[in-house]
Design a protein around this ligand. Structure first.
Ligand SMILES: Nc1nc2c(c(=O)[nH]1)N[C@H]1C(S)=C(S)[C@@H](COP(=O)(O)O)O[C@H]1N2
Ligand SMILES: [Mo]
Length: 321
């Protein structure tokens, strides 16, 4: 891993989330019973249960063709400079406080316009023996970015398994909410729980990814453990963390940032250097983990124009920001 010294994101070691132990199989099974999860043998739903989700340690993943030419952002910056407002507004707050979040056992409630609404254990949705590594840049609307080696699974095949019905056009994701574990939700900064959404064709694009790890390890809580979205052609806030609900809808779903300031944060939120945020430019971005003044040009769709531009054919991307 590439480590560089001293920048404004540098954090002391005590801020690093303590390592947690693997849960034994018995605890997992008990937890699933509590969460009301059932395995549907014979329906092809239970097969991924062979391998329980690790809560700590290394993950093996096959590397893919998805890469970014620039240096990786140092691990300390990726895990020490975060936005996760449920734990506070400061960039160091998630690393300090997110260890309070219970991430195992984990289930995701799937509802709305689907033929099979039910709760899924994390292990049913993610096959931990078939993980991929993808290096994507995460570009925040605040005009900074990081290059992160994510580990996870593509979203499209999971959407297909969740069987949205014919009239479903959008998918909404919701973050876990626990008032005693999340000190930031005492403040009405956003309309909790944090929600985000995609059009279904966006969600099925090959780039859309559900991450369960980074840098070869299980996701640290501050980065959205145990499962978070990564939509690399959109601003960072679309990449919702710690997903506990998925809902299929016919109408465009609410998103927390769009509700809070529609003029600043649109539903699409595609990275677009030509459309300034009302209070600052989006033409360049600060390279987190680089020198204090290191900036780069922001690319249309964060560099993924070839893969995603067709999703927006005929749309005015300034109007539909
Ligand atoms: N639930 C939740 N998800 C969230 C956020 C948040 O505050 N709450 N912040 C978003 C923003 S603004 C960014 S830039 C990315 C940051 O991801 P990272 O901390 O892994 O770099 O997470 C996004 N996902
Ligand atoms: Mo962000």
């Amino acid at each position: 891993m590439i480590r560089r010294k001293n920048a404004d994101w540098q954090l002391s070691n005590e801020l690093v989330t303590p390592k947690r132990a693997f849960l034994n199989r018995r605890q997992i099974m008990q937890g699933m019973a509590v969460a009301g999860v059932t395995s549907l043998a014979g329906c092809g739903q239970g097969e991924a249960l062979a391998r329980q989700a690790p809560t700590d340690g290394q993950l093996s993943a096959r590397s893919t063709g998805y890469a970014v030419a620039d240096d990786l952002t140092p691990y300390e910056a990726v895990t020490g400079y975060n936005n996760f407002y449920e734990f506070g507004l400061g960039k160091g707050d998630p690393a300090r406080y997110a260890s309070a979040m219970t991430t195992s056992p984990w289930s995701i409630e799937v509802s709305g316009l689907t033929d099979i609404p039910r709760n899924y254990a994390l292990e049913e949705l993610v096959d931990f023996d078939a993980l991929e590594e993808r290096i994507y840049r995460l570009r925040c609307v605040e005009a900074w970015s990081m290059v992160i080696p994510w580990i996870g699974v593509p979203l499209g095949p999971i959407i297909d398994r969740l069987a949205p019905s014919g009239d479903a056009r959008y998918v909404q994701f919701e973050t876990y909410l626990n008032r005693s574990e999340m000190r930031g939700v005492r403040f009405p900064v956003l309309d909790w729980p944090y929600v985000e959404g995609l059009r279904l064709d966006e969600a099925r694009n090959d780039l859309a990814f559900l991450a369960v790890g980074l840098y070869g390890e299980v996701l640290p809580n501050q980065n959205g453990a145990p499962i978070r979205l990564v939509v690399p052609w959109k601003y960072g806030y679309k990449s919702i963390k710690s997903i506990s609900k998925i809902r299929f809808t016919a109408e465009q779903p609410d998103t927390s940032w769009n509700l809070s300031a529609p003029n600043e944060y649109g539903f699409y939120s595609n990275v677009n250097p030509n459309r300034a945020h009302p209070r600052w430019s989006q033409e360049t971005e600060r390279v987190i983990g680089g020198g204090l003044l290191e900036r780069r040009q922001t690319d249309m769709f964060n560099g993924y124009e070839d893969q995603v531009a067709a999703l927006y054919d005929g749309m005015d991307l300034i109007e539909n920001h």
